[in-house]
Every structure is written in structure tokens, then in C-alpha cells.
Design a protein around this ligand. Structure first.
Ligand code: WT7
Length: 631
């Protein structure tokens, strides 16, 4: 629902006084009249070794190309260009270990040294332009070095979130045919070691492609090293191959920069492809305008580098703007629920970008925890991943932001690469709404037939225009790209979200309209969880649905049909949950499992998840015969 009488929160005076763009409406209007001129001007603020011939080529839509003819490399703009000026000795990264005992800082100069070293190592191991390198690392500086090192030499990084299990990892490594994987001996999670190296060993045991595994020492835990395949990164860096300069490869604007797997409504996860040129322009401009990032800022994006937020607004966007970032290895509540607040105080964080689920979980511990800390260094807050409920919004605004910091509720997706719907710092905010489309973008909310719904009504959210950081497709799957995103409403990009637009043009995201569940902001496909459950020997067939959850936003609820003779006990339910954690990821573990005799299906055999969901919520299931075709 678009709440009525929603309180409009005006920007505080200090925000207005300091704003780099005091009149975003005017800029928005100009950008709206000529989006390509707007994007060309943004691109011109970055360095290119060859100028582009055209800003956008849409002749082969929906395969759009941005800045064709141009040559650049995102590392040139994120790292190299800062070395020539006063930012050379500015901190690019401040990192703190989970136990708080280690701090590592890197100036742009030092970052370049680290990236160059890793790039030299990768090259010496035979990695070249276009090769896909899988990165499976904890939240430590080396994950940045690895991503940037790949980009620097023209290799394509494919980061897999450090919490994924062996099966999920194997699928992603195999599908991308990686010859080299970068990992660590383990990672720290709330004081214990997660055995990353063991997980990767299992994932690549029979890999037809992986030739080398580079292992970063992190936890010091005992691991088995395959003498032919595995190499300690620390040993490699002391070899002559790691020494000396390494040129940043000039890339065609459209050359791929990274793959990132994300869940869809059906089947296997999709590999989203992003390219050097447009992606750098989009993430650069959005970070600059929406976070109003400046040289004196200390910026903290809490997202793991393994998700797209960690790519676009953890790593690339801030570095492209020459900003100082903060990275914390641990989570928000270990050992106490003031961990984040104490870090904000100690490091003087000024821009803090996090997720609604984290805010809600920290809210439960009460404001006494944040109130113990001086959070006055903060000037801007951000939220991403799922709709933020007004209660959490106000808590974030008052208790963390002292009522002074605007909250940038940014709507975007792995596919979009950059913000699409978001406020601007000086814009009056409506708690719970992600604001308006970013410069150069327009959105619409459509009904099933493709007509725009009346103001305030709910429908399918589409994006009307291409944008530079848009994904360039799904790796090796053009047809799925067309079918999933561009076929339902020709000419428009289908987001998969359901939304409303109010009379002021503010967009209210309702949530996913497809079979994707957002658990704590993580995107999980029902099909993946079902496949993991189906692989349990006692399960014949499974179905999962997302149910509303106070902290996580949504939780996974599962239904399983058991093989004849299996005993539907609590123990078995627990065993199946564990099975999903081990075969997919702990974040995909169903909260509850109901054992059922059969699953409701359409005549063509598709599971009617909507019926299950309605039943679970005690809602009217509706006329099942009519659901048959649409389920
Ligand atoms: C889905 C994309 C891109 C950042 C991390 C998630 C939901 C994202 C918001 C927001 C309401 C949001 C949408 C979207 N979403 N940001 N500010 N308000 N919903 O990326 O894993 O690709 O998920 O996240 O449902 O479709 P992702």
C-alpha cells in the first residue's frame, strides 16, 4: 500500500547547505531531455585511451552497447588515475579484522602496489584477457586486490559469496570454466573458522577446468595443499614473477569486466555479465550524486564484496570517486550488538550504506547500544536490498542518524549494476519509498496487458530506457536474457518487482512478483532450494515459498513429499534443513518444513506456489481452476 498521510521528511539544513547538487530537479530535467548527453558528460569525467564513437548503440536491442569504439579500463579510473594527483597518499581502504586486533590501511599508492603484485602473479599463472577467474574469499582486502587485479589485466572476475557451499560453488566454477580460483584457508565467522579451503577442495575435486588454486592465508588453520595445484599466495608474492610494474590493459568499452551469479525464478542461477565502459560510468555517477561522496568522507558499505552491492558500491563506485572506504571482516553483533556503532565512532564514518534486515535486527537490541556511541560523524545513510519499513526507517534516521542524515533508499538489481530508483540528498524523503528514477531513467508500472496502471495502483515495474551500467546479458544464454527481461513488455526492461507510483512520482516497491525470495536481502530462487531439497534421499518432491518475516523481510517455508516409508519426524525436517545448508548455503535454509501427501499443481504439472503461500498465510486460496494457467 502507498501509505496515506505519509510524513514527508525534508532534508536538514546542513544537507542543503553542503549539497554538491542543490537542484537535482533541474539536472534531472536536463538529463531527461537528453539522457545520452548526460551520460556522455559523466563518461568524460573519466579517462579513456580511445574516445567512444557513439554513446549508445541500440540498433541490436535488447543487446545494447555503450560507448562503442571507446577503450578504457575500470582500474585505470578506479586506481591509476588517482596516483598522479594529490590522492596518491590518501587512504583508499581501511580494514579491521573480526576480532578487532588487526587493522590494515592502504593508500591509493599501496592499493596499486597490491593490485599490481596480484596481477603479476595471475599473469605468470597464465591468466590472460577474457579468462574467467573465480574468487571465493572472505571480507579481507585481498578480495579487492583479486577483483582489481583481474580487471587490470583484462580477465573477468566471478566472485562467489564466501558463504556458499561446495555444490553451489562447483556449479558456478564449472559454468564459467575457470582455470584459476583464488581462495583462503578459512574465514572468521563469529569467532569460529569456516573452512573455505575444504569447501573449495570438494567443489573442484573433479573439476575439468581448474588448474591452479591460489590460497590466501587468513585463519592459519590446517589445510591440505595439493602440491601440483595449490599455491600459497604469500609464497607466490616473494617470487620474482610478482615483482615489477604491470600495465593496465586498455579494454574495449564492451569487454566483460565480471560475471556475477544471481537467482532467477526458475532453474539454475544466471550469470550476469557486466562490461568495463558503461559500468564504470554508471557506478561512478550514481555514487557521486546519490551519496554526494567527497574527499573528506569515510564511506562504509556493509555488503559483502560477493554480492553486487559489494561490487558496485563497495569496491568500484567509491574508488572511481577516489573515496576512502572502510571494510569490516565481521558482522554487526559479534561479540556485542554495538559492534558497528563502535566502528562508526572510532573510524569517523560519514556515509553508511547497509540493508533493512540489518537495521531491523539491530533495532531489536534497543537504542541503548547505539546511544553509547558518538555517531555524529555520520552525514548520510543508505539502504538497499529490500523495501525498508517505515518503523526501521525512522529508527535508522533518528537513533543512528540523529535526525540529521538523509537516508538514500536505493532500488536496483544485480542486473542493473547501478541505482535506478533512489532519492537525492536534498530531496524530501518518504520513509519506505525508494524515491524517483535516477537521472536519465523513467519507470512505469504496468498491468498484465502492458497498460500503465492508475496512479497508486500496484503492477509490474519496468524500466523504460537503457542505462550505461546495465548488464550485457547472461553468460552464454542470449535466449534466456531475451525471454526473462525483454519479452513480456517489448521495449521495456522487466524488473520482476511489483510496485506502485504515487502522485509525486515516488516509487513504492512492494517486492518480487516472481518466484524469487528475498531473505535478509539475499536473493534466493525457489527452484534452487527445491533442487537442494529434492537431492535429499528421503524427499520425492519439494516446494518452497517466501513468508513475511519481521527481521529477515521474508523467510523460506518448505513443503516436502517424502518417499514411501520415510518418517516425517522433527529429526528428518532438521536433517533436510541441514542438507540445504550444506548443498546450497546456510542463507537458503528453510525456516520450517511441512510434510505433505502431495503438492498442488497445474494441469501441466507446475507447482502452484501461490496456493501454498495463501494456505500458509491463512488467506483465501481462490478459485483453483483459474489459477491453473497463470501459476
Ligand atoms: C532485488 C534485486 C541491488 C542491490 C542488492 C540486491 C530488491 C533491492 C531495493 C530497495 C526495495 C529492493 C528488489 C530487486 N531490492 N533494493 N531499495 N527497495 N527492494 O540485488 O540481489 O539483484 O536483488 O532486490 O526486489 O528486484 P539483487
Amino acid at each position: 500500500m502507498v501509505p496515506e498521510n505519509i510524513d514527508l521528511v525534508p532534508p536538514s539544513r546542513s544537507v542543503v547547505e553542503q549539497a554538491s547538487v542543490p537542484d537535482p530537479e533541474a539536472l534531472g530535467e536536463r538529463a531527461g531531455q537528453d539522457p545520452l548527453a548526460f551520460w556522455a558528460a559523466e563518461a568524460a569525467e573519466l579517462e579513456w585511451s580511445e574516445p567512444w564513437e557513439q554513446v549508445l548503440d541500440d540498433s541490436a536491442a535488447p543487446f545494447f552497447t555503450w560507448f562503442p569504439g571507446g577503450r578504457t579500463n575500470i582500474v585505470r579510473n578506479a586506481v591509476d588515475r588517482h596516483l598522479a594527483g594529490p590522492r596518491k597518499n590518501k587512504l583508499a581502504l581501511i580494514w579491521v579484522s573480526e576480532d578487532g586486533k588487526e587493522t590494515r590501511t592502504y593508500s591509493f599508492h599501496a592499493l596499486n602496489r597490491q593490485v599490481t603484485q596480484m596481477a603479476n602473479v595471475l599473469k605468470a599463472m597464465g591468466v590472460g584477457k577474457g579468462d574467467i577467474v573465480t574468487i571465493y574469499l572472505p571480507r579481507i582486502p585481498e578480495i579487492w586486490f583479486a577483483m582489481l587485479a583481474c580487471a587490470k589485466i583484462g580477465a573477468v572476475h566471478s566472485v562467489v559469496f564466501g558463504g556458499y557451499s561446495a555444490d553451489a560453488l562447483r556449479d558456478r566454477i564449472d559454468a564459467s570454466e575457470s582455470k584459476l580460483v583464488i581462495t583462503a584457508d578459512g574465514s572468521w565467522i563469529n569467532g569460529s573458522v569456516f573452512p573455505m579451503k575444504d569447501v573449495i577442495d570438494e567443489a573442484i575435486r573433479f573439476s575439468p577446468t581448474v588448474e591452479n588454486l591460489v590460497v590466501v592465508r587468513r585463519t592459519g588453520s590446517e589445510v591440505t595443499m595439493d602440491p601440483l595445484r595449490d599455491h600459497w599466495y604469500g609464497d607466490l608474492t616473494s617470487l620474482p614473477i610478482a615483482k615489477g610494474p604491470c600495465p593496465t590493459e586498455p579494454m574495449a568499452a564492451e569487454d566483460p569486466l565480471f560475471l556475477l551469479y544471481t537467482s532467477g525464478s526458475t532453474g539454475q542461477p544466471k550469470a550476469i555479465v557486466h562490461a568495463h565502459g558503461g559500468y564504470q560510468v554508471g557506478t561512478y555517477a550514481t555514487t557521486k550524486y546519490v551519496f554526494d561522496i567527497r574527499d573528506e568522507d569515510r564511506y562504509w558499505c556493509t555488503a559483502d564484496p560477493g554480492w553486487v552491492t559489494g561490487h558496485s558500491y563497495g569496491l568500484y563506485g567509491p574508488l572511481l570517486n577516489g573515496a576512502t572506504s572502510f571494510m569490516f571482516e565481521g558482522g554487526p553483533t559479534f561479540p556485542y550488538p554495538n559492534r558497528w556503532w563502535s566502528l562508526i565512532e572510532y573510524y569517523g564514518i560519514s556515509i553508511f550504506y547497509t540493508a533493512p534486515t540489518a537495521i531491523r535486527s539491530l533495532m531489536r537490541f534497543g537504542k541503548a547500544w547505539p546511544n553509547r556511541h558518538d555517531l555524529s560523524s555520520l552525514r548520510l545513510l543508505g539502504s538497499v536490498g529490500e523495501p525498508i519499513n517505515p518503523e526501521a526507517w525512522h529508527w535508522f534516521h533518528e537513533v543512528i542518524g540523529g535526525g540529521e542524515c538523509p537516508i538514500m533508499d536505493t532500488w536496483w538489481q544485480t542486473e542493473t549494476g547501478m541505482f535506478q530508483i533512489c532519492p537525492q540528498p536534498v530531496m524530501p524523503l518518504k520513509p519506505g519509498s525508494a524515491g524517483r528514477p535516477f537521472y536519465g531513467q523513467e519507470v512505469a508500472v504496468l498491468d498484465e496487458q502492458g497498460n500503465e496502471v492508475p496512479t497508486g495502483a500496484e503492477g509490474m515495474l519496468v524500466l523504460k530506457h537503457p542505462w550505461p551500467a546495465m548488464f550485457r546479458g547472461l553468460y552464454h544464454d542470449d535466449q534466456r536474457y531475451i525471454d526473462t527481461y525483454w519479452s513480456k513488455y517489448p521495449g521495456y526492461y522487466l524488473t520482476g518487482d511489483s510496485a506502485r507510483i504515487d502522485e509525486d512520482g515516488y516509487v513504492w516497491i512492494v517486492g518480487r512478483a516472481d518466484d524469487v525470495i528475498k531473505v535478509s536481502g539475499h536473493r534466493i530462487g525457489t527452484a534452487e532450494v527445491e533442487a537442494a531439497m529434492d537431492s535429499h534421499p528421503d524427499v520425492v518432491e519439494a516446494a518452497v515459498v517466501g513468508l513475511p518475516h519481521e527481521v529477515k523481510g521474508q523467510s523460506i517455508h518448505a513443503y516436502a513429499v517424502l518417499r514411501p516409508g520415510a518418517n516425517g519426524s522433527q529429526e528428518l525436517a532438521e536433517a533436510i534443513r541441514l542438507h540445504v545448508a550444506q548443498h546450497l548455503s546456510p542463507i537458503a535454509k528453510p525456516d520450517g518444513i511441512d510434510f505433505v501427501e502431495s503438492l498442488p499443481k497445474t494441469r501441466s504439472g507446475k507447482i502452484m506456489r501461490r496456493v501454498l503461500k495463501a494456505q500458509a498465510l491463512g488467506e483465501d486460496v481462490g478459485d483453483l481452476s483459474t489459477m491453473d494457467t497463470e501459476a
